[in-house]
Design a binder for this molecule. Sequence first.
Ligand code: FES
Ligand code: FES
Length: 359
Amino acid sequence: MSSAGVSAKSVPEWLSTFRGRPLVLVALGDWELPDEQLLRQIRAELRGLGASLLVVSERSLFCFRPDDELERLEPSGDSAFHAQSEVAAHFGLARPQPSELHLVLLDDAGRERYRTSVERSPRLAEALLSALTSAGKSALEGQELEPAALAPGNTTSGPRISRRESIVLCLIAALSATLAESCKSGPSAPEKLPLRAPPATTHEREVVLRVNGLERRLKLEPRVSLLDALRERIGLTGTKKGCDHGQCGACTVLVEGRRVNACLTLAVMVENKAITTIEGLGNGSELHPLQQAFVSEDALQCGYCTPGQIMSALGLLQEGYALSDDEVREQMSGNICRCGAYPNIVRAVQRARKPELPT
Ligand code: FES
Ligand code: FES
C-alpha cells in the first residue's frame, strides 16, 4: 500500500487525479481495511463500473483505482480534519452515523448517477461491497436520478426525496457553484474534466445463456466471465467467487454436464449451452440427494465452498468416477475447503452415490 499526503495539494487539485473516469465516493464513520478477498470483490465491482473509489472516513482517506494498489492518504492534525471536511463538503455528503455508509456514484463528467445509504452489515467493507453492487446494477439498468425529481420541494413527480437529501442537494449546488468560481479565477485552475463515453458499453453484445433451464438474454462485453454474469447480471449468487483465478473451485458449475470453473470461462463461450448452477438442484421443496447428503454428513462448516463442492461432486458422479474414497479425493482436488471439511465431504459424496451406506 502506498501513502501520500493530501495536505500537500488542494482538494480540487487532488481530485483532478480522478479526471476522465467515473468516481465512487464513499463517506463512512470508521474504516477497517478490507481483507484480500473483499478487496478483490471491490476491485471487480469497480472494474464493472469503470470507476475509481474515494473513501472518506473519520480518520483517513483512501483512494482505490481498480488496477492500482489501495492508496492511503494520511493528512495529520488540523490538515486531516480540513481535508476530510473539504472533500465531504465538496461532494455534499452528510456526516455518516457510525453504523452507516453513504455512497455517491459520479460519472466522468461529475454528474451524480446514483446515491445510496446502507447500514453496516456486519462490516463496513461488506456494506461497501453491497452498495457498490447496487450502484453497478443501477448503472446497468440505466437508472439515474433525474435533476427535476431531485429539486428540493418537488413532490409532484419522480422519486420522493428525504429532507436530509434535500439539504445535501442544496449543499451540492452551493458548493459546486463555489468550486466552479474558484476554478475560473485560480491561477492554476484545472481544466474541466473531459467527458468520455463509458468504455464498458462500447463492445456489448447480446448473449443468450441457458441457466437451469431458463433462457437469459443479457448484454455483455466479451470479457465478462460466466461467474460475473451469473452473480452480477442474473443475480444467481449461489455460485461463489473465491479466488477468481481458477484455483479454489468455489465457482464450479456444470456446462453441458461437465464441470467448469465459471471464473475462467467467458460467458460468450457458453452461449446457448446448458448451464447448471447450485440453484438448479433440488425442486424448491426438496433438496437434491447430494445436497441432502452434505447436510446428513455435516460436510460443511462456513459453507462458502459448499456450492462448488456440490456441483463438482455432481459432475464427478455423472462422469462415473469416484468409486473409492481416494478417487473422490483425487477427482475433487480442485475444490478447496479452507475449513478442512474434506473427510465429511468425501463421506457425503459416497452417501449420495450409495444411499444405503450405514450411517
Ligand atoms: Fe476460485 Fe473460480 S473463484 S476457481
Ligand atoms: Fe468453509 Fe469449505 S466449509 S470453506
